[in-house]
Ligand binder design. Structure first.
Ligand SMILES: Cc1cc2nc3c(=O)[nH]c(=O)nc-3n(C[C@H](O)[C@H](O)[C@H](O)COP(=O)(O)OP(=O)(O)OC[C@H]3O[C@@H](n4cnc5c(N)ncnc54)[C@H](O)[C@@H]3O)c2cc1C
Length: 441
């Protein structure tokens, strides 16, 4: 039995490792010159790494924790002690507040979370297109939902910030069904939003990319880099996969890509339906890292957490290495703001991000290092954090997301209804696809 896996992100590498463990002859074809996909490490100091892509996990991410343990990777806690900084009133009026909740009307935010809970509970998480109200929720954008349901100016102000932080989405980019499904799939909005006890409790010591590197090391020369796949042709005896260096033949193929990228591959015979729709968005995230000699903000009683109504840095988090050998403030630029920021020159990006950090943390000196990771313009990650399903997408695409096309099986975090969009979803999808391919007659 032979299988070609397309894509060396966490999903593809998990599938390949599972198959190799069952004695299957497996090859992984990866477009980039590195493995890891939407996980990527940047070296911020000799031997010190920051996550340019995925970073956080929590105790419900059981497949990820198990895989990490197998590869001797440890968690480090995400530190969130001290006051937060909020600049949510629009006029550069940053203020320090204990805890993580913004200084907005508690009643308004409570109502927002209640409304989100209500719509989240109404979704059928294993098959969102089949829920009782699926058709209506799939026809509306989250922006339309907010217009109808959010009365208080503070909930209207906070909602896009919340969605940007949770999903790297602007409210107009996603259907209500997708928003509600995403929140439910990830464990509910409180779990997804929380640091202590929630989905942001830990990071992977040394960077999330180490997991992909460990999986790839186990596969050795079965992982082939710089091999963008352009076509998959099936016949009675097998499948031929066309990539940069030529063709590879196998009994089955696992496509472990975001849906927008899977649609760029030519399939013969053709797919019965496309994997993405006109409104499926690639997601919008740029990560900015401001590097300091140590987490200096902690000396000022600040956690490093901030939320701003105006960009570019809509939120910041303290992502410093556990040993305090450097201070890493990660800025998240998401949604519309990410599109604007990504269009600026490198000098403009640096100037605007550092100026904003200066307003948020006025006592901090200029950073000694500055990194921008632009996922918006990255041709091989059209899903950041994950693909955004717009109106109509779930009803049209959902039923086919995991349905094999002859010898072709599907993986990738967007094919997992459990922890969709997260590393955990990617691993679960890779395991499912490997089991399907291995069970072929
Ligand atoms: C900024 C950011 C922050 C995030 N934060 C978190 C977080 O804190 N926690 C969390 O759990 N998740 C987070 N995520 C999401 C997480 O990174 C993804 O869910 C996960 O890594 C997806 O893995 P995957 O294998 O499904 O897809 P990918 O990682 O996208 O892998 C697909 C692979 O296929 C390759 N490829 C593409 N086209 C082709 C082709 N034609 N031929 C061959 N190869 C191809 C790509 O180069 C890539 O390596 C974040 C993502 C981003 C971008």
């Amino acid at each position: 039995m032979s299988v070609v896996v397309v894509g060396a992100g966490i999903a593809g590498l998990t599938a390949a490792a599972e198959l190799a463990g069952r004695g299957v002859d497996v090859q992984v074809l990866e477009a980039r010159d590195r493995v890891g996909g939407r996980t990527r490490g940047i070296e911020i100091a000799p031997g010190g790494w920051a996550d340019a892509g995925a970073a956080y996990l929590g105790e419900r991410h059981t497949a990820l924790l198990e895989l990490m343990a197998r590869h001797d990777l440890k968690t480090v806690p995400t530190v969130m002690e001290g006051d937060s900084r909020f600049d949510v009133r629009g006029a550069a009026s940053a203020q320090s507040v204990p805890g993580r909740f913004p200084p907005l009307s508690g009643v308004a935010l409570g109502e927002l979370f209640d409304l989100l809970d209500e719509v989240t509970r109404s979704v059928r998480v294993d098959a969102p297109w089949l829920g009782p109200d699926a058709a209506r929720l799939d026809s509306l954008t989250a922006a339309e939902w907010a217009d109808t349901n959010l009365r208080h100016p503070d909930s209207r102000l906070f909602f896009p910030l919340f969605l940007g932080e949770m999903m790297a989405a602007a409210p107009a980019d996603v259907s209500v069904l997708h928003m509600a499904f995403y929140l439910r799939s990830g464990g509910g909005l409180r779990y997804l939003n929380a640091f202590a006890g929630g989905a942001q409790e830990w990071r992977i010591d040394g960077g999330a990319h180490r997991l992909s590197e460990a999986l790839a090391a186990g596969l050795g020369d079965r992982v082939r880099l710089s091999e963008p796949v352009t076509a998959v042709e099936q016949d009675d005896t097998g499948a031929t996969v066309r990539s940069a260096s030529g063709t590879t033949r196998a009994d089955a193929v696992i496509i472990a890509l975001p849906p927008v990228l899977a649609d760029r591959i030519d399939f013969t015979p053709e797919l019965p339906a496309r994997r993405s729709g006109e409104r499926t968005g690639p997601g919008c995230a740029v990560k900015v890292h401001l590097i300091h000699p140590s987490p200096l903000w902690r000396e000022q009683g600040l956690s490093g957490w901030s939320v701003s109504a105006d960009g570019p840095l809509l939120s910041t988090v303290d992502d410093s290495p556990a040993d305090g050998s450097a201070g890493v403030l990660t800025g998240f630029v998401t949604g519309e703001e990410a599109r604007r920021f990504a269009a600026l020159s490198a000098d403009e990006q640096r100037a605007t991000a550092i100026a904003q950090a200066g307003r948020l943390f006025p006592d901090l000196p200029e950073p000694i290092g500055f990194h921008v990771t632009d996922w918006v313009n990255d041709p091989y990650s059209r899903g950041c954090y994950a693909a955004l399903f717009g109106p109509g997408d779930w009803l049209a695409l959902g039923p086919g997301l995991t349905r094999p096309h002859g010898r072709v099986h599907w993986a990738g975090t967007e094919t997992s209804t459990e922890f969709f969009g997260l590393m955990e979803g990617a691993i679960r999808s890779g395991r499912r696809a490997a089991a399907e391919a291995a069970a072929r007659p």
